[in-house]
Design a protein around this ligand. Structure first.
Ligand SMILES: [Zn+2]
Length: 150
């Protein structure tokens, strides 16, 4: 396992809420810290780190099965949070300890297709700078505009 720790002055309160416009790498770092501070533990990792279990922060004697695909930056967990939003502390902590967290300096991507910003609903045109959103989908980089009403 890869040594993973959080600075001692980071509290659970600091990492509990998802800030507006949080990117996927930022969420992975925040959720891994939250899981670590909450006492979650990675158990029973297989040799290539693609499967493990991670203990629940709240429920005694519960460990969720986690599947990791580090080459595709994909992960899956059987907890309710993952099923709700597609990301959770269990997958983040397992990624941190088995493969390392994604870089926060990941450069933005260039949109190859038209779509909508998952944060504001603004149109994304091919060629726009986009980044993966922590809440699913893609969002425009530096998108701080007022959300467009749906
Ligand atoms: Zn989970």
């Amino acid at each position: 396992m890869i040594p993973y720790d959080v600075p001692g002055d980071v509290t659970l309160r600091d990492v509990s809420r998802s800030p507006r416009g949080e990117t996927w790498p930022q969420a992975m770092h925040r959720l891994a810290a939250k899981a670590l501070i909450s006492g979650c533990q990675v158990l029973d990792a297989n040799a290539d780190g693609t499967r493990c279990r991670v203990t629940s922060a709240r429920l005694r004697n519960v460990a969720y099965r986690v599947w990791l695909d580090p080459e595709r930056h994909a992960a899956r967990c059987e907890c309710a949070a993952w099923h709700a939003v597609g990301i959770c502390g269990h997958t983040a902590l397992a990624t941190a300890m088995l493969h390392g967290l994604p870089s926060l300096d990941t450069p933005p991507l260039v949109a190859a297709f038209a779509g909508r910003c998952s944060l504001t609903g603004q149109p994304i045109a091919p060629g726009d700078a986009i980044t993966k959103s922590a809440r699913g989908g893609w969002m425009l980089v530096d998108c701080e505009a007022t959300p467009v009403a749906a």
